[in-house]
Design a protein around this ligand. Structure first.
Ligand code: IMP
Ligand code: MG
Length: 200
């Protein structure tokens, strides 16, 4: 288990009162994010014009990206959320992905775009993609806001719409959490090591 996969839910994480104080470096500003999401929305509009489209966000991190992306797409479409968790006991990564919420919108014959905050090991996206295929959609593609350049993926998933490439560092903000905190930061930043190594 890497430090980054450790949930501090049980280890008494106290985020600083000012969340910005826990950030080492800002990688993407609010403006960078808005610009890129607008471009992704336009690309999706062009590809799906005239087709029945459903965006499926992955809880919880994908919620923030989905809420921006849906408003950047002017063609008619609907959206829903699916849930997945890759944690077993809450403190260790189980290596298996549990589906915690299925979609409710009817996907049969629809074109689906899964919206996820980050493509890391690929486990979550692979599991969600397999889950959604059971609903007989016309197609399933993936939009990942961040694409982590990891040395080795556990599961390869084709990412049709990619926001930004980032180095293999633990990041928070724009939906991404550490121990369920920092999701509300409007930018993407690298968390200070002292936050998860308990050295604060
Ligand atoms: P996976 O390893 O690709 O299955 O990613 C699993 C989940 O881990 C993602 O949906 C994110 O919620 C989370 N995750 C992966 N990398 C980071 C990170 O750098 N910061 C915060 N969460 C992350
Ligand atoms: Mg997470």
């Amino acid at each position: 288990m890497t430090a980054t996969k450790k949930s501090a839910a049980n280890s008494g994480l106290r985020a600083s009162r000012n969340l910005d104080d826990d950030i080492e470096e800002i990688l993407l500003t609010q403006k960078d994010i808005a610009q890129r999401v607008a471009e992704m929305g336009k690309a999706i509009e062009n590809d799906y014009r005239g087709k029945p489209l459903v965006l499926v966000g992955i809880l919880r991190g994908g919620l923030v990206f989905l809420s921006d992306l849906t408003r950047a797409i002017a063609i008619p479409h609907s959206f829903d959320m699916a849930g997945a968790s890759s944690y077993g006991t809450g403190t260790t990564s189980s290596g298996r992905v549990q589906i915690t919420k299925d979609v409710e919108v009817d996907l049969r014959g629809k074109h689906v775009i899964v919206c996820e905050d980050i493509y890391d090991s690929g486990r979550t996206l692979a599991a969600i993609r397999d889950l959604l295929r059971v609903h007989h959609p016309a197609s399933v593609e993936v939009a990942a806001f961040l694409y982590k350049k990891v040395k080795k993926r556990v599961a390869e998933v084709e990412i049709k719409y990619k926001g930004y490439d980032i180095e293999d560092k633990f990041v928070v903000g724009y939906g991404l959490d550490y121990s369920e905190m920092y999701r509300n930061l409007p930018y993407v930043g690298v968390l200070k090591r002292s936050v998860y190594e308990g050295g604060k």
